[in-house]
Design a protein around this ligand. Structure first.
Ligand code: ASP
Ligand code: MG
Length: 406
C-alpha cells in the first residue's frame, strides 16, 4: 500500500465529464489499496477570467483581495471532484488551503509555502478517505487567503507530497510528458522517458510550461518521486529523477524557448563600482526579476552600457523604476523592446562534452540569426534572439543536436 499524491491541471478538470474522468483515475489508485491525496487546479480558463475581473475593477488592486478572488477557482473544483468521487462510491472530502492549513508567508499573489500541517489529513487518509485538496492557495500569518503565483498548484502538489512523505507524486496534464521541445512549433519533438531534476528545473524556468519552476526546485530539494503524465491516456509519462539514476547521457535533453521576454538597455552609465548594484538593487527591491545581463564598455572606458532581459510583464515597471532613478544613476538613455525570445539548449551531457556552444552558435549563424545576449550555466546555454526567428531557431537546433524523431 502506497501513499500517492495526484495532481490534475486545469484542462483535466475543464468540465464535468473530465472531472468524472479524474474521479475514475483516483478510484483506480484507491482500488489498488493506495491512499490518495488529490490536488486540483481551477477549471481551464477560470483563473484567467478571475484575474481579468480583478484587473478590470482596479488595475492597482489590493493584493489581498486579488487572492480572495483568484483562489475561488480551486474551491469549485475540489467540491465538484469530491462529489464525483462520492458518486462512484469513494469516500472523499475537500480541503481548502486554510483547512489543513497550508501556511505561507504574506506575499499575496506570489506566496511561499512555510509549512503544511498534515496531521489530520494523515488520519483521514489512513481511514481510507481521499483528500481532495485545492491547489494554488494557502493561509497567510494574518489569517487571510494567499495564492502561490500562476501555475502554483504544481507547487501545492509537490509540497504536499513532501509533507506527507508520499511514495509518488503524479502530475496529470494535457500532454503525455516532457518533450525535447514544444511539439507545436517543432513536429519532430519527442517525449523523454526521464529527465533529471536539474534539467527539468532549467526547462521549466526557460518556458517549458509543463511544470511550475518552483515545484521542480521543491521536488529536487525533497527528492519527491515525480512523474508528468497525461490524464487522457494510460501511456507512461516522463519521470523526473535524481541525477544518479541516469547513466551518462550523450545527448542534449531539450531545446526550450521563452517568448515572454523583454530586453532593456541602459546607455551611458558611468563605469564605476556600484553602478550595477545600484541598477539591479532598485529592481530587486521592487520585486523585478532580472535574467540575463551583459555589460559592454565604451571605447573611452568612462561610460558603459548594461543590457538585460526580464519577463515581459515587468518591462514597463522596470523602465519606470530606472527612469525614476535617472539622476542618481547618471545614465544618458534607456531602450526597451519586447521583440525578443530566449532560446536555450539544456542537458546534463554538456558537463562532459565540449563543443555544445560551438554547435549552437554555428547552427544559428548559418541561419543568419543574430545573438543579442548570451548566458550559460553548467547544463544550459541561452541566447536572446529576435522573436521572428523563434521557430527557425528551435527547429534547426533540434536537428543539430540529433533530437529529431526518426
Ligand atoms: N489555477 C491556477 C492558475 O491558473 C493555479 C494552477 O492552475 O496551477 O494559475
Ligand atoms: Mg499548470
Amino acid at each position: 500500500m502506497a501513499l500517492i499524491v495526484q495532481k490534475f491541471g486545469g484542462t483535466s478538470v475543464a468540465n464535468l465529464d473530465r472531472i468524472r474522468n479524474v474521479a475514475l483515475r483516483v478510484k483506480a489508485e484507491v482500488d489498488q489499496g493506495h491512499q490518495a491525496a488529490v490536488v486540483v487546479s481551477a477549471m481551464a480558463g477560470t483563473t484567467n477570467q478571475l484575474v481579468e475581473w480583478a484587473r478590470e475593477i482596479g488595475p492597482l488592486h489590493d493584493a489581498r483581495e486579488y487572492d480572495t478572488i483568484v483562489a475561488t477557482g480551486e474551491q469549485v473544483t475540489v467540491g465538484l471532484l469530491s462529489i464525483a468521487l462520492q458518486n462512484i462510491g469513494i469516500d472523499a472530502r475537500s480541503w481548502l488551503g486554510w483547512q489543513m492549513p497550508l501556511k505561507t508567508d504574506e506575499i499575496h499573489g506570489a506566496a511561499r509555502i512555510m509549512d503544511i500541517d498534515t496531521a489530520l489529513m494523515r488520519e483521514r487518509l489512513a481511514s481510507g478517505q481521499v483528500a481532495v485538496v485545492a491547489g494554488f492557495q494557502g493561509l497567510a500569518p494574518d489569517g487571510r487567503i494567499t495564492t502561490l503565483g500562476r501555475g502554483g498548484s504544481d507547487t501545492s502538489a509537490v509540497a504536499l507530497a513532501a509533507a506527507l512523505e508520499a511514495d509518488r507524486c503524479d502530475i496529470y496534464t494535457d500532454v503525455d510528458g516532457v518533450y525535447t521541445t514544444d511539439p507545436r512549433i517543432c513536429p519532430k519533438a519527442h517525449k523523454l522517458d526521464s529527465v533529471t531534476f536539474e534539467e527539468m528545473l532549467e526547462m521549466a524556468s526557460l518556458g517549458a510550461k509543463v511544470l511550475q519552476t518552483r515545484s521542480v526546485a521543491m521536488a529536487m530539494r525533497h527528492n519527491v518521486n515525480l512523474q508528468v503524465r497525461s490524464s487522457f491516456s494510460d501511456a507512461p509519462g516522463t519521470f523526473v529523477v535524481d541525477e544518479d539514476s541516469i547513466v551518462e547521457q550523450e545527448k542534449i535533453s531539450g531545446i526550450a524557448y521563452s517568448p515572454d521576454e523583454a530586453k532593456i538597455t541602459i546607455q551611458g552609465l558611468p563605469d564605476q563600482p556600484g553602478i550595477a548594484a545600484g541598477v539591479f538593487g532598485q529592481l530587486a527591491d521592487q520585486h523585478v526579476n532580472v535574467d540575463m545581463i551583459v555589460q559592454s564598455a565604451s571605447t573611452d572606458a568612462k561610460k558603459t552600457d548594461i543590457t538585460f532581459s526580464l519577463g515581459r510583464v515587468d518591462m514597463e515597471k522596470a523602465v519606470g523604476i530606472i527612469e525614476k532613478n535617472k539622476e542618481k544613476l547618471g545614465f544618458s538613455g534607456i531602450d526597451s523592446t519586447q521583440n525578443v525570445t530566449k532560446i536555450s539548449v539544456v542537458g546534463m551531457a554538456m558537463r562532459s562534452q565540449p563543443g555544445v556552444a560551438k554547435t549552437m552558435f554555428e547552427t544559428l549563424a548559418e541561419k543568419g540569426i543574430n545573438l543579442q545576449v548570451i548566458s550559460t550555466s553548467e547544463i544550459k546555454i541561452s541566447v536572446l534572439i529576435s522573436s521572428e526567428y523563434t521557430e527557425l531557431a528551435v527547429r534547426s537546433l533540434h536537428t543539430a543536436f540529433g533530437l529529431d524523431e526518426d
